[in-house]
Design a protein around this ligand. Structure first.
Ligand code: FEO
Length: 391
């Protein structure tokens, strides 16, 4: 598939992918490889090991693989490097171009003794008509990650940055329903990129000095319209700075519906105050979907009953996941129902703080089922939340 003059998409569409290291991907994904047919042909990134044959068919439809001179490996993770072991065999004239840290990782993952060409941040490589510039982007998403920029085409091959897990026979974001692509881009950021805000801001700083007419990520769809490029860069800036929307999110699980009753009461109070609020039940929503809503939410309410003196395992898992993703600048309130022991709520509060939230008050905890007075007590928690939501 030609995406620009002499540039072809030669990747693999993973229609059947449903889970990507714990992240649910109901729309599948793609691993995007890009072939540039210049005097010294280049393949930018490769695909998972099981996508090799499909990628090879696409490459052979354009040129003989032995003509490829450079295999640019922007990232060593298996979804973009899993086919390199086979590629170096069928591209005997090619060097593997990567960052210094990638060499160590390739040697550890694949025991690779490939012909490496190590490139520094900002270094350029002439391939004939084109100059390619390498932009190191450590921790977006691994320490060795980098992007490749075609100075001539003004195309940024951004690897994991700006991607989405979305399988499609179309290649450009503006060829498919865009609202789904924005949603998937947010989910991708929330579940993969969120911990690396500071590093993302450095990448954005570098990218903003370059004219960019197309962004070609290594997952999902290409951004090629000026308005979409500006929007995705603006969103990355917002997300990297942990800027939230005036939204409230109620995340809960329940055993005998007491905690659920409280969740519904909180929702009702938000509704009465004109606040954009949402309820998500951990029993039927996956943590990777909940993360997408946490990305936008300024105030999150965490509700759980007590089981065996502890919060429910679904809540513990959610909070551990958020902690790893290092959410910041968000506020929280805790609530729940208990029978005889409240020690689990202390643990809940500590876990919420550990996950990066500022608690707005002590939690609202009730013995067994809340009565009318206890339900009305939910109201006392609203002013502090409104202050944050309206600021
Ligand atoms: Fe798409 Fe970090 O791999």
């Amino acid at each position: 598939m030609k995406i620009s003059d002499q540039i072809y998409w030669t990747g693999y569409i993973d229609w059947n992918l449903t889970v990507f290291h714990g992240y649910q991907t109901p729309l599948g994904s793609s691993y995007n490889a890009y072939l540039i047919v210049d005097e010294n042909p280049v393949l930018i990134d490769s695909v998972k090991d099981y996508g090799f044959a499909e990628m090879l068919t696409r490459i052979k439809a354009v040129i003989a693989p032995e003509k490829i001179r450079y295999l640019i490996a922007n990232h060593a993770e298996g979804d973009h490097s899993g086919s390199l072991t086979e590629l170096v065999k069928i591209c005997p004239n090619a060097q593997v171009v990567c960052s210094p840290k990638a060499v160590d990782i390739f040697k550890k993952i694949y025991r690779a003794d490939w012909r490496f060409k190590v490139v520094e941040n900002g270094e350029t490589l002439n391939i004939g008509r084109r100059d390619l510039k390498f932009i190191h982007m450590p921790m977006v998403h691994w320490p060795e990650s980098m992007a490749t920029y075609s100075v001539t085409d003004k195309i940024l091959f951004s690897n994991d940055a700006f991607g989405q897990h979305y399988a499609s026979s179309e290649r450009a974001a503006d060829d498919v329903p865009l609202d789904i692509v924005w949603q998937e881009a947010a989910k991708y950021y929330a579940n993969i990129v969120l911990p690396y805000g500071a590093q993302v801001l450095k990448v954005l700083e570098a990218v903003q000095t370059l004219p960019v007419e197309m962004i070609c990520p290594s997952h999902g769809l290409i951004w090629r319209r000026k308005a979409d490029i500006e929007k995705i860069i603006g969103l990355y800036q917002k997300w990297a700075n942990h800027i939230t929307d005036p939204k409230a999110l109620i995340v809960y699980d329940t055993m005998w519906h007491a905690t659920e009753k409280m969740a519904l009461r909180f929702f009702e109070l938000f509704e009465q105050n004109g606040i954009d609020a949402k309820i998500l039940n951990l029993a039927n929503k996956h943590i990777s979907d909940i993360m997408t809503d946490i990305l936008a939410a300024r105030v999150v309410l965490f509700g759980t009953p007590i089981l065996n003196n502890r919060m429910l395992p679904t809540m513990a898992s959610m909070l551990m996941y958020i902690k790893g993703l290092k959410a910041k600048n968000r506020y929280a309130v805790t609530f729940g129902s208990y029978g005889w022991a409240t020690v689990g709520f202390k643990e809940l509060e500590e876990s919420v703080k550990d996950a990066g939230f500022t608690l707005l008050s002590d939690g609202h905890y009730v013995k067994f089922t809340p009565d009318e007075t206890e339900m009305n007590k939910c109201l006392a928690y609203i002013p502090a939340m409104l202050e944050k939501l309206r600021s």
